[in-house]
Design a protein around this ligand. Structure first.
Ligand code: BEZ
Length: 180
């Protein structure tokens, strides 16, 4: 994906709307790839599933903790995408106390498939999910790419290292030094 544009898709999100009465004041809001990526430099990271252990214990909370260090390096937003629907992604972000990182629901897997990162996880009863990766995306174009090793269907392990926030931050800083 290095140097390529992220795919143009429409994500079906759920947003809070105080004008809606009752116990569930949320409505559907469609957001496009342009809404998320156009004119911004962002970190995108993708993982196999909301509420899964590595993602919940390390990857998502560590991106949240390091958010200000990323913005100091010129990052406007950090996006966490997963092949999960908007209800699950919102519930996960709430359960994790996340308010800086934005979660993106790719429930249909269309974005992940077009990124070339869709893998079977039938061995875990998950169906099709995302391989774990990260990227620096500048105005929709992938500038840096951090894909975990061993891309494969029904992988028995869950590699986690190059797409960690600590590694991505380090490589972002290295790229800045090299460009100076
Ligand atoms: C994990 O994040 O630890 C995990 C992800 C996918 C499947 C199982 C575990």
């Amino acid at each position: 994906m290095l140097g390529k544009k992220v795919p143009s898709v429409t994500f079906r999100t759920r947003v809070r709307d105080e004008s809606i009465e009752g116990p569930n004041p949320f409505r559907w809001e469609d957001k496009t790839s342009d809404d998320y990526f156009k004119g911004k430099k962002v970190v995108l990271f993708s993982l196999p599933g909301a509420f899964t252990p590595t993602c919940s214990t390390y990857q998502l909370p560590d991106f949240e903790k390091l958010f200000d260090e990323f913005t100091a390096e010129g990052i406007d937003e950090i996006y966490c995408v997963s092949v999960n629907d908007a209800f699950v992604m919102n519930a996960w972000a709430k359960a994790q106390g996340i308010d800086k990182v934005k979660v993106i629901p790719d429930g249909s897997g269309e974005f992940t498939r077009k990124m070339g990162m869709l893998v079977a996880k039938d061995n875990l009863g998950f169906g099709m999910r995302s391989w774990r990766y990260g990227a620096i995306v500048n105005d929709g174009q992938v500038e840096q790419w951090f894909e975990e090793e061993g891309f494969s269907d029904n992988c028995e392990s869950d590699p986690y290292g190059v797409s960690s926030p600590q590694n991505i931050l380090e490589k972002l800083r290295d790229a800045k030094v090299q460009a100076a």
